[in-house]
Design a protein around this ligand. Sequence first.
Ligand SMILES: *Cc1c(COP(=O)(O)O)cnc(C)c1O
Length: 379
Amino acid sequence: MKTGTKFIHAGAEPDPSTGAIMTPIYQTSTYVQEAPAQNKGYEYARSQNPTRTALEKAYAEIENGKFGLAFSSGVAATDAVIKLLSPGDEVICGNDMYGGTYRLFTKVFQKFGIKFHYVDMQDVKNIAVAINENTKLVWAETPTNPLMNICDIEAIASLTKAKNILLCVDNTFASPYLQNPLDLGADIVMHSATKYLGGHSDVIQGALMMNDQKLRDELYFIQKSCGAVPGPMDCFLVLRGIKTLHLRMQRHSENGRKIAEWLRKHPKVERVYWCGFEDHPNYAVAKKQMRDFGGMMSFELKNDSVDEAKRVLSSTKLFSLAESLGGVESLINHPATMTHASIPREERIKNGLSDSLIRLSVGVEDADDLIDDLNRAIG
Ligand SMILES: *Cc1c(COP(=O)(O)O)cnc(C)c1O
């Protein structure tokens, strides 16, 4: 089945009691049983809910996996993966991963005796060097936020497979339309469904997808034991969002290309970070593992100051100043004073995040209007 057809029909069955074409929102906490332990597979809604079941089936299908699990947020999905580990276990992860993931690892899990190694994943050799007999998990994210760095999922998977190490890929930025890590050898895919899967900036949710039954059972046990499950209304919203994922991603990618190329020629712009440029340091890998390049990008101004960035950020009208990404509307933000404000300036600059760096989540509006808006704001 081709991608577009899959996204529209994933998880969708007419409702058995009425034939409703859209999965109903089963707003219930429990299910009446005919006799003790005699039921229709639904006992209590932390463990099972039909709206969630439909979404979890859709999650599996859109990532070409056998199983999907829904969580109350992206970080709750990540939290479940780390709970597969025990004290003494070690994790290798990127040194520029999503800030909330970094916070979860360093501030919550480190004190339970799990050790995290942060490496530059653009070069797979750095991962090979960090592996030891305690390594149980490699956590990869590609493209990364906000510098759009790329790591080679297939190359990492061949390394982890040989050593029986789990590979989990945070596929939030690419979405299943652009990249399918399970097909490239990953064991688990994680999504913040809050972003492209929901697609309309109206829901917080996370997802895990996998092929292995035992892994699915372990993660399901954590899901129901720890209880970070999404409500049925949120599941309904993500189910609806997935139906237009291919249409939205096509436009995000089309607009992304137009805006990245336009920005690059702008006299006041120093540099544009977008993985669709042929001179992007990992373009060959991006081209190999992604179908297109999406609408996420960052750029630096020639006048590299916080004040100049703030002037631009407060002058856009269509691009709304906000954290988050992946919705139909365009967003603009400033890592130095927003998402990465807790990192000391020197360290931030050492990591490539300059004072004037601005991140865009290019939406699906008309590209000409978006360019006019940026043109007025940059001046
Ligand atoms: C937003 C995000 C997360 C966290 O997801 P929430 O839904 O906000 O909990 C994780 N990874 C990436 C890349 C994200 O953008």
